[in-house]
Ligand binder design. Structure first.
Ligand code: ADP
Length: 264
């Protein structure tokens, strides 16, 4: 209550400058206003413009504190403080899904697994940012090879339908060739999609095993919107995997929560 009075009319901001999208969360101590814009060739200007627009949209001209995170965080001159993705994602996921003991984030060009304690504090983590396989980029390339958009692939039922279909390559470029080969052999799109999910879930489960994941697992990042992939991940991990409609904003929400603490 004292906080609320002291911070009255104050707004803080968390910005997650990702490889695929810039996410901005405004926070007034009670509610979040989340916005997203696909990353352009000039993220610095884009983030500044988006920030101005969302602040103005809520009747503010400036923020009391801005925490930047994500891949492009060091390229944002207007942030008060930059923080790592691991720290911010863990905090944001802990806010959205407080029961989670592990966070798996699959974004545009990386995948990470974070084990958290019952206060949402990071205990261990592992990250793959060296290879596109098992990331959103992989899903995007394969969706395109199937003539689909990454958001539409989720609406097609993944179903092997008795067809033996696997994607064996660990390399995105070769896996794309495999997909094109399967299409040309007349394998159904549903079966290929099922094989793609298996490939991504395997990759991510093998990575996550290194931190000894605990249940339940919170699935965040853009790829978490794909329900079939979430279920496949659940099967591969042997652990319940939960998500939230706001999961793509985990990083920016976590950043905004840190900004709120710092501005008090
Ligand atoms: P980053 O933080 O790296 O920008 P995000 O967490 O924003 O990444 O996730 C971006 C990725 O999410 C894209 O590469 C895309 O593959 C995936 N994605 C976006 N929308 C969807 C959707 N509706 N279903 C599944 N995946 C999606």
């Amino acid at each position: 209550e004292t906080d609320r009075w002291f911070m009255k009319d104050k707004i803080v901001v968390g910005i997650d400058a990702g490889s695929s999208a810039i996410k901005i969360s405004l926070y007034d101590g009670e509610t979040f206003e989340n916005s997203l814009s696909p990353s352009s060739w000039n993220p610095k200007e884009q983030a500044a413009g988006l920030l101005e627009t969302v602040l103005a949209g809520q009747g503010h001209t400036q923020a009391a504190y801005i925490v930047g995170t994500g891949y492009g965080r060091l390229n944002l001159p207007f942030v008060t403080k930059a923080m790592t993705e691991i720290t911010c994602h863990a905090r944001g996921a802990g806010y959205l899904l407080p029961e989670a003991r592990t966070v798996i984030d699959i974004g545009g060009q990386d995948a990470k697994a974070i084990r958290v304690d019952d206060c949402g504090k990071v205990q261990d983590f592992i990250m793959n940012d060296k290879c596109a396989a098992g990331t959103g980029r992989f899903l995007q390339v394969m969706a395109n090879a199937l003539g689909l958009d990454v958001a539409d692939i989720g609406s097609i039922e993944a179903d092997a339908g008795g067809q033996v279909c696997t994607i064996n390559s660990m390399c995105t470029v070769f896996a794309e060739s495999e997909v094109i080969g399967l299409v040309n052999r007349g394998v159904s799109r549903e079966a290929i999609i099922a094989a793609l999910y298996t490939s991504i879930a395997n990759r991510v489960a093998v990575m996550a095993a290194a931190i000894q994941p605990l249940a339940p697992v919170a699935f965040t990042g853009g790829v978490a919107q794909n329900r079939a992939l979430r279920l496949q991940l659940e099967a591969r991990l042997g652990l319940p995997v939960i998500t939230s409609a706001q999961a793509i904003f985990a990083g920016s929400i976590g950043a905004a929560l840190y900004a709120w603490d710092a501005a008090r």
